[in-house]
Design a protein around this ligand. Structure first.
Ligand code: UT7
Length: 334
């Protein structure tokens, strides 16, 4: 069996900064409410030239360079997103084309906030078996083009932001380091508590017809039962972090840095207190980017690394919860 490690990280966010005050000009909301309930101060929204694929490509270029490999060295692409440019094909193949990769395989992962960790886990299995040596993993989201930016959608639209993060997962020769384990979960019974109902082959045609005659049809906008999601998130985050620690005979005292999916600053703070971690042990950047779903962990991990918060030998815990419901964790010895 081989081991995998993250050998390069990168991110890209659009230049367009949208503050809470900017949002209050188009819907009935305010800076105080958003900061108090979510911790978010600003987020990025795509400009005309940005797409989920293009942002993923930019993040990938940085990660490839930092990994010290050439694009020819990439054996496989995994792309996690809930906001692909096209309904099909997914953005994995577009990245393969845009970067001019060999005709390597390209896989799209549909696990929303947990998407990057699901992708990391899939990549890890391919490296462990010896099938691939370098895998490009991307999480990228364009939320802003699909949100209800009226007061009706304010419970969802103030939270989400656009951006992309990427990692190169490579074969490692160093025993006991790298990606130690990943832990994946799902509970489909709550699928519709955080979902986009259309377009989808389930009701796309019905929605089209309804929408033509009914301006109140919201099936094309994401729906979130915020409080229900919040309550489940804090429980599942805790469970899956504990599961990861236990699987590696580690305890909370061993955590050097927790990089949680940036869902809501209140969720991160709840977990921080529950695990008795200091401010330095939990990395948050939701204040500046909002919730970027599959992109949030790779963007945060990249920033933490760039800021020198990750050192060789550190134990890093990644954890996510979101639509599906799906939740996951990864334990890394850097
Ligand atoms: O990453 C995927 C996972 N997602 C999450 O983890 C999100 C989890 N949930 C949350 O973060 C929170 O539930 C929210 C931030 C989405 C909402 O916060 P909340 O404290 O649960 O607020 P609420 O939905 O219960 O709404 C409270 C009030 C309502 O008004 P009334 O009925 O009390 O008069 C809302 O209409 O706040 C109102 N409200 C707003 N007011 C100003 C909802 N959104 C806004 C807004 N600005 N943007």
């Amino acid at each position: 069996m081989f081991q995998s490690k993250i050998s390069g990280l990168g991110y890209y966010v659009p230049n367009n900064i949208v503050t809470n005050d900017d949002l209050s000009k188009v819907m009935d909301t305010n800076d105080e409410w958003i900061k108090e309930r979510t911790g978010i101060e600003q987020r990025r929204h795509v400009e005309a030239h940005d797409t989920t694929t293009s942002m993923g490509v930019e993040a990938a270029k940085v990660a490839i360079e930092r990994a010290g490999i050439q694009k020819e060295d990439i054996d496989f692409v995994i792309f996690a997103t809930l906001s692909p440019d096209l309904y099909f094909p997914g953005p994995g193949v577009m990245v393969q084309k845009e970067l001019g990769l060999r005709t390597v395989g390209a896989l799209d992962v549909r696990n929303q906030c947990s998407g990057f960790l699901y992708a990391l886990s899939v990549g890890d299995q391919f490296i462990k078996t010896g099938m691939y040596k370098n895998i490009l993993i991307i999480g990228s989201e364009t939320h802003s083009r699909g949100l209800d930016m009226s007061t009706r959608g304010r419970g969802v639209s103030v939270i989400f932001g656009d951006g992309a993060g990427a990692a190169i997962l490579s074969r490692s020769e160093e025993e006991g380091t790298g990606l130690l384990s990943t832990h994946l979960h799902a509970q489909g019974e709550h699928a519709e508590e955080l979902a986009l109902m259309a377009p989808g082959m389930g009701n796309r045609w019905v929605s089209d017809i309804v929408r033509e005659n009914d301006p109140n049809d919201v099936s094309y906008y994401p729906h979130m039962n915020g409080q229900f999601v919040f309550k489940n998130a804090v429980v599942r985050f805790s469970e899956v972090i504990n599961e990861g620690l236990k699987a590696n005979n580690l305890t909370v005292e061993d955590i050097d840095l927790l990089v949680p999916h940036q869902a809501n600053l209140r969720i991160s703070q709840y977990i921080q207190h529950k695990f008795n971690l200091t401010d330095d042990q939990v990395f948050n950047n939701i204040q500046r980017y909002g919730n970027t779903t599959a992109a949030s962990i790779p963007i945060a991990l990249t920033e933490a690394w760039e800021q020198g918060k990750i050192k060789k030998g550190d134990t890093i815990v990644l954890a996510a919860f979101g639509s599906g419901f799906t939740w996951a964790s990864a334990i890394i010895k850097w």
